[in-house]
Design a protein around this ligand. Structure first.
Ligand SMILES: [Zn+2]
Length: 364
């Protein structure tokens, strides 16, 4: 079970992940520069939510990105609301917008001058179980961001309750823009394509990735789908303002996904080998919901919560063997063979040979 890594091991993992993410300066493990306001290294240790340096620090963002984002910085500096001093939400708007833009390839202005000039953002402090989360939505002209924010704001605490673990981020920034896909970006940004700014399912799915980004794709996407539906189920009785109906039913969702998977539309591939176009999402949803039906709702949520905790708030990426073992741990002995054969069929794509090999490598 969770090995508590020593500080060196943690740093090794940190740098490994830094390398995997392309060495981006904003990767969650980047060491903050020394300063009196910088949290001590201990705050990066096991068992604590993310504590990211520099969020809302406008001077730091200007200094860091002046070489690559000077036109955008100049646009901000030219606004009267900028020159008369920045409130907390204005600081977040400026810093998050620049940091997000700097992470994009090329120089395409995803956040337009009009968005900057007209201050097209909404900001809320959302009360959570033990803390609050600052939620920022940066949007485009003519979008109903009020309604979008109402959904996000209501979904966040429900998601935290369902996950059973304190929400791992203190600030979450949602950016609406000319994107081709919706995406959860490195724990800090959610990008929402124009199609989907008022899709309750898409918004909840991307929010759920705050937890479910620490495993293989099928695990992350399947759980993001499932927790999106579960969150919306919670909200349907107490709908956020502006939302006339929020139909969500996990059983109906399962049946719909199963119909698609059984239709023969997709190749019969193991989940780790599937892309979205091969039915990755649908097949992952059915696989995980089949496990949930077999072991029970409570055992399932305990198992995935334990898996998440093992990742230390998303600091480690977990592999299939660990995920299978955690499900097995939460499964009654009479059902374990069935879980193993499901994993063999849909994850390993064999009759158990690979799992046994991994077991032998781990030793007794
Ligand atoms: Zn997703």
């Amino acid at each position: 079970m969770p090995r508590l890594p020593n500080r060196l091991a943690l740093l090794a993992v940190a740098f490994l992940l830094l390398a995997c993410s392309g060495g981006d300066n904003n990767a969650p493990f980047a060491m903050p520069p020394p300063s009196s306001e910088t949290p001590a290294i201990d705050s990066y240790l096991v068992g604590q939510p993310q504590n990211r340096a520099g969020i809302g620090d406008v001077d730091r963002a200007f200094a860091r990105y002046e070489a690559t984002r000077s036109p955008m910085i100049a646009t901000f500096q030219a606004q009267s609301w900028f020159t008369d001093g920045l409130t907390r939400d204005e600081s977040l708007f400026v810093e998050r917008a620049i940091t997000f833009s700097a992470r994009q390839r090329g120089n395409q202005a995803i956040i337009s001058d009009e968005t900057i000039r007209r201050k097209l953002y909404l900001y809320e402090r959302v009360p959570m179980q033990s803390n609050e989360v600052e939620l920022l939505v940066i949007h485009e002209p003519n979008q109903d961001a009020v309604r979008q924010m109402a959904l996000l704001k209501a979904a966040l605490p429900e998601l935290e309750k369902l996950a059973g673990v304190v929400y791992p981020e203190r600030v979450m920034t949602v950016i609406n823009g000319p994107f081709e896909i919706n995406d959860f970006d490195d724990g800090q940004f959610i990008r929402i394509a124009r199609c989907c700014t008022l899709s309750a399912f898409v918004l909840s799915h991307e929010l759920a990735h705050t937890y479910w980004s620490m495993g293989p794709s099928w695990f992350n996407e399947g759980l993001a789908d499932i927790y999106a539906i579960l969150t919306l189920e919670q909200l349907s009785d107490n709908r956020p303002e502006g939302w006339v109906s929020l139909p969500a039913d996990i059983d109906e969702f399962y049946r719909g996904r199963k119909r698609i998977v059984d239709s023969g539309r997709f190749p019969d591939l193991a989940l780790p080998r599937r892309l979205a176009s091969d039915g990755l999402y649908e097949a992952a949803d059915v696989f995980l919901l089949d496990i949930r039906r077999l072991i029970g709702v409570e055992a399932f949520s305990n198992a995935v919560r334990e898996t998440y905790m093992t990742s230390d708030f998303g600091r480690y990426v977990l592999r299939e063997k660990r995920i299978e073992d955690t499900f097995l741990k939460h499964t009654k002995s009479g059902d374990r063979d069935e879980i193993m054969s499901m994993f063999n069929r849909l994850i390993w794509g064999d009759n158990g040979e690979h799992y046994r090999e991994l077991q032998e490598q781990e030793g007794p």
